[in-house]
Design a protein around this ligand. Structure first.
Ligand code: SF4
Length: 357
């Protein structure tokens, strides 16, 4: 079903500039240099971000001459929802085509009270988590701020169309490691939260990282207002390195120190995302190590159901093992939630995003 109007432009062949790479101030300066009033820059900025305009033609509060002048100088790059799939549980997965033809995926997850967008930050991923389908793609490039922003707009539109309500939450848990695309991530979130963008509260946004200590500290120094989640999966170095090889370079002691710093600076508690796999982290000692790690800074644990990928040797642990984790954590006053996965039938669940559609 097509319900967006998209223009695909290949900037390589065009000398025109990408107007969405301009800040509001730069647009104001552009107009002043053209002998126009600076406030025209504000008007264009609002069309580009708040109203997600896809052409200069629709900017009806500008004269025909100004619209032509913009068209002569700039292009408006937009993503295109190339394919949309709906799961039997209501989850929607978008295969999103970027202006250079590359594809990423994003997901809408509806529940009774919320609609959450799971958004991608990179095409592929440079990390090599053994259980993750995206890792098979390798990193091709970072997404630009507008490409991140547009995924959210597309899901907000779908939420209104299919569920009669706006998007309520965003998690950066799609393809890629968001903190490896730090500047563009922050610029996108600035626009998502700005009144002249989508005006969403940062408290409804969660950035989920595999745990890059230096960048977690940078988030803390930058005093971000959104929430932080860490895909932990093991609190024992040898085990974590086996399933997330970069742990060899960023061991748990460094991660722990960065998370303590995060809490000191922001006062915001950390969520640990955790999958329990058969034969990997399904022993009581694994749960006890998690308890010890949780005590370093205020935190809660989401135990997530695993979705096998084609060639993976990873299998979800039995329900009794998840209950063992719950007991051990709760006995130590750590909040734990066991989450069912959504959108499994369309490969939209956690760890399954790999452009198979
Ligand atoms: S789990 Fe996240 S960080 Fe790890 S390979 Fe997959 S996308 Fe990258």
């Amino acid at each position: 079903m097509i319900f967006y109007k998209y223009i695909i432009i290949t900037p390589m062949k065009s000398a025109k500039k990408d107007i969405r790479a301009f800040t509001r101030e730069q647009l104001r300066d552009f107009f002043v240099n053209q002998g126009e009033k600076a406030f025209r820059g504000n008007q264009v900025y609002e069309w580009l971000w708040k109203k997600s305009a896809h052409s200069f033609e629709v900017m009806t509060n500008l004269s025909k001459e100004i619209r032509q002048m913009l068209d002569d100088n700039f292009v408006i790059n937009h993503i295109k929802v190339d394919r949309m799939q709906r799961s039997i549980d209501g989850t929607i997965k978008n295969a999103v085509q970027l202006h250079d033809g590359l594809i990423v995926e994003s997901v809408l997850i509806p529940t009774e009270k919320r609609t959450t967008a799971c958004v991608s930050s990179q095409v592929g991923c440079s990390l090599d988590c053994k259980f993750c389908a995206t890792a098979r793609l390798k990193r091709m490039r970072n997404l630009n701020p507008d490409e991140i922003y547009d995924q959210v707009v597309a899901i907000d539109n779908e939420s209104r169309l299919y569920y009669n309500r706006p998007l309520t939450n965003i998690v950066f848990m799609g393809m890629g490691e968001p903190l490896m695309n730090y500047n563009n991530l922050i610029k996108a979130i600035d626009k998502i939260t700005a009144p002249e963008g989508l005006g969403m509260s940062p408290r409804r946004i969660t950035v989920s990282t595999s745990g890059v200590p230096k960048m977690i500290k940078k988030l803390a120094d930058d005093k971000v207002k959104f929430k932080l989640a860490v895909s932990l999966h093991s609190a024992i170095d040898e085990v974590r390195t086996k399933i997330m090889p970069f742990n060899e370079h960023f061991p748990l002691s460094d991660l722990r120190e960065a998370l303590q710093y995060w809490y000191q600076c922001t006062g915001s508690r950390i969520t640990y995302e955790y999958v329990v796999w058969k034969g990997i982290n399904d022993q009581k000692k694994d749960a006890e190590a998690l308890v010890r790690f949780c005590k370093f800074a205020p935190s809660k644990v989401n135990i997530i159901e695993y979705n096998p990928i084609d060639d993976g040797g990873f299998h979800q642990a039995e329900p009794a093992i998840l209950e063992m984790y719950r007991e051990v954590l709760e006995k130590n006053n750590i909040t734990v939630t066991i989450r069912r996965s959504r959108g499994k039938d369309i490969d939209a669940a956690c760890g399954q995003l790999a452009n198979k559609s």
